[in-house]
Design a binder for this molecule. Structure first.
Ligand code: G3P
Ligand code: MG
Length: 251
């Protein structure tokens, strides 16, 4: 089954609104919505006991007051951590959210979701399988489907199996020579590129496959204009409000 066509906006809050609130938190989602973002991108991985949560790094150290690999901590322990103080005192006590909480928040905030499957090493299929089974089971019927993206080909293969009708995004950083073959095999709807690595020529090649191109992470209006002029459809930004203002010449 091929994924249904879908629509994605020009600006997507990156990890929520990562410049303005701690990344991958419910405060980050609220902030993105308040800044006018219509969609947010969130990173999903599993706790040791298999609970899908929002977290970017394999280790807890940078974005929480915990230490060591996230894959070795059960949810009950992870839930005791502070995921806000590292960012600023204003966010002290912020929790590592579950994917379920994030889906509920997105519904309330009227936010579209790009769920990036971000497996800890060796957990690619498991992370996609568990996270997407949960998301499918609770996805509100009246909400547009999420975009499921990953750097992990194994995770995207699992996404294609578990949620074939949800659009997939092939995330790439250093572009493999066989990217087109992989994109075909995974039947992805979007190619999500590193804005700093690409050119008008490479973007044209991605678009020539009939797919939409999204680019990360763009916080500068001039860079955004250049990418849009190449035909990039949407940008992941840490600052939805700042980029919107830069692009439209407001305050
Ligand atoms: O999904 C876009 C972007 O988030 C990919 O890179 O490392 O910020 O998750 P990263
Ligand atoms: Mg991400």
């Amino acid at each position: 089954m091929t994924a249904a066509p879908f629509s994605i906006p020009r600006l997507i809050g990156h990890r929520g609104a990562a410049r303005h609130a701690p990344e991958n938190t419910l405060s980050g989602m609220r902030t993105a919505a308040l800044q006018g973002a219509l969609w947010v991108e969130l990173d999903v991985k599993l706790t040791a006991d298999g609970v899908p949560v929002l977290l970017h790094d394999d280790d807890l150290d940078r974005t929480t007051n915990g230490h060591g690999p996230a894959a070795q901590m059960d949810f009950a322990e992870m839930r005791k951590l502070d995921a806000g103080s590292w960012f600023s005192r204003e966010f002290r006590g912020e929790k590592v959210p579950t994917l379920a909480e994030a889906i509920q928040a997105a519904q309330l905030l009227d936010l579209g979701l790009n769920l990036e499957i971000k497996p800890c090493p060796g957990r690619d299929e498991q992370t996609a399988g568990i996270a997407l089974s949960l998301a499918l089971g609770m996805w509100p019927a009246d909400r547009p489907p999420p975009l499921i993206s990953s750097f992990s080909v194994e995770a995207l293969e699992m996404a294609k199996t578990v949620a074939p009708h949800w659009p997939r995004g092939y995330l790439i950083d250093k572009v493999p020579a066989n990217w087109a073959e992989i994109a075909d095999r995974l039947d992805v709807s979007t190619i999500n590129i590193n804005a700093k690595r690409e050119t008008a020529v490479t973007v044209a090649a991605y678009r020539a496959t009939g797919r939409q191109v999204l680019a990360y992470t763009v916080n500068d209006a001039e860079e955004a204009r250049r990418l849009f002029s190449w035909g990039v459809k949407g940008l992941f930004t840490d600052t939805p409000k700042g980029l919107l203002h830069g692009l439209t010449g407001q305050g």
